[in-house]
Ligand binder design. Sequence first.
Ligand SMILES: [Fe+2]
Length: 243
Amino acid sequence: MIDLHCHILPGEDDGSDSPDTSCRMAAQAARSGVRRIVATPHRGTRPDRERGRAAHLRRALGRMQAELDRWNIPIELLPGSEVLLSGPDGTLPDREELLTLNDTDFLLVEFYFDAPASDMDRRLSLVEQAGLTPVIAHPERYYCVQENPAIAGAWAERGYYLQLNKDSLLGSLGEAAYLTAALLLRRKLAAVIASDAHHWRRRTADLRPLLEELDRRFPGADPDLLLRVNPGRILRGLPPEFD
Ligand SMILES: [Fe+2]
C-alpha cells in the first residue's frame, strides 16, 4: 500500500518529533503492508516563511530515507507537503517553492476546519489557475462539509480529489467526521484514504485497523483501489479511478 499523507519528517511540524519516532512510525506502516509513504509536512502560503523551505525539506527527506535504510525498514519516502490554503495570505508560492505530491501536478491542500465554503472554493480555484489539481485532505473534518456533504460532492465534480483520513473512519476524530467520511466513502466520492499520521502512539501510520474496519463496516469500499491503485496513480501524475 501507499500512504499519501503522513507527517513523518522529524521536527518539521506537529508530527514526528525525532528520527526515532519517524522510524517507529515507518516500521508500523511497513508491518501493516505499506511500502511507500509520501512525507507531507504542513506548509503555509506566506512567501517570507516558505522561501527556501522546499529545498530544506528535500534534504530532510534524504536524511530520513538514509535512516530508514540503515535500520532496514522497507519504506520508500517520497516528497510532498500539505498546504494550508486558509489564512491571510491567499496566494500560492511559486512552483519551485511548492512540494507537490511526488513532484506531479497534484497538490495536497487543507483548510481551517471552520473555513467558509465560499472561501475554500476561491482558494481551490487559485490552485487550478496555477495548473495544479487539488487533492483535498480530510474533507470530512471541515465543518461546512459536515453540515452539507454536497459541498464535497461539488468538489469531486469539479475534478478535485478527496482524501479521507484513516482515523476519521475509525471514529477517533469525532462523530461528525466519522459520519461524513462514511457518507463520502459509501457514495464513492473518495479517491484515496491515507493515515495523516503524526506519531506511533496515536494518529499512527498503522493501516491494519483501517483494513479491518473497511472489511467489517464498508463492504462496498475497495481497499486496493483507495490505498494502492489510486495513490499510485496520483504519484505517477495520473487521475485516480472510481469503481
Ligand atoms: Fe495532515
